[in-house]
Design a protein around this ligand. Structure first.
Ligand SMILES: [Fe+2]
Ligand SMILES: [Fe+2]
Length: 159
């Protein structure tokens, strides 16, 4: 399996997108399923944001200093997402705001992922090269287990 950092991040994006689609398909009153999906979304995004903030973003900023503004905006986007995740954590799926929060979260994450993948990753890939991306990806895999359970413990929560 490839440990290319960008491939790993894109795989995470796909996993989360699948969960969003399942949520969109879930019936209005499929409360248990919606709660389970929200838990998976929270877990996936917390781990993903953790490895980006701890490892990928700083390395990318160093490798491509011109993208500093992009990195800073990305962290602010994480900040918003992380607060939404923390609100969804433990929220009753019967609460009338539950679906609305997941919908806005989905819109935010889709926008964020699009910017990462279309505007930023290609620049990072050409600046870093294959070998460096492989090493970075390995570090990211090793760090997944250190991610916090609570999204508010991510660095971007305080950004
Ligand atoms: Fe991100
Ligand atoms: Fe990402």
């Amino acid at each position: 399996m490839s440990t290319d950092a960008i491939v790993l991040l894109k795989n995470d994006h796909k996993t989360v997108e699948k969960l969003f689609k399942e949520f969109e398909k879930a019936g209005e009153e499929a409360y248990a399923e919606k709660r389970r999906l929200a838990d998976s979304i929270i877990e996936e995004l917390t781990v993903h944001a953790y490895i980006e903030e701890e490892i990928f973003y700083p390395a990318a900023r160093e490798a491509v200093p011109e993208t500093k503004d992009h990195v800073l905006e990305s962290v602010e986007e994480h900040h918003v997402v992380v607060w939404m995740l923390s609100e969804l954590l433990g929220m009753d799926p019967k609460d009338e705001t539950f679906d609305a929060k997941v919908t806005v979260l989905t819109e935010n994450v889709r926008h964020h992922v699009e910017e990462e993948e279309d505007e930023w990753f290609p620049e990072v890939r050409s600046a870093m090269g294959r070998k460096k991306l492989q090493e970075l990806g390995q570090r990211m895999l090793d760090a997944r287990g250190d991610a916090p359970k609570n999204p508010l413990e991510l660095k971007s929560a305080k950004a």
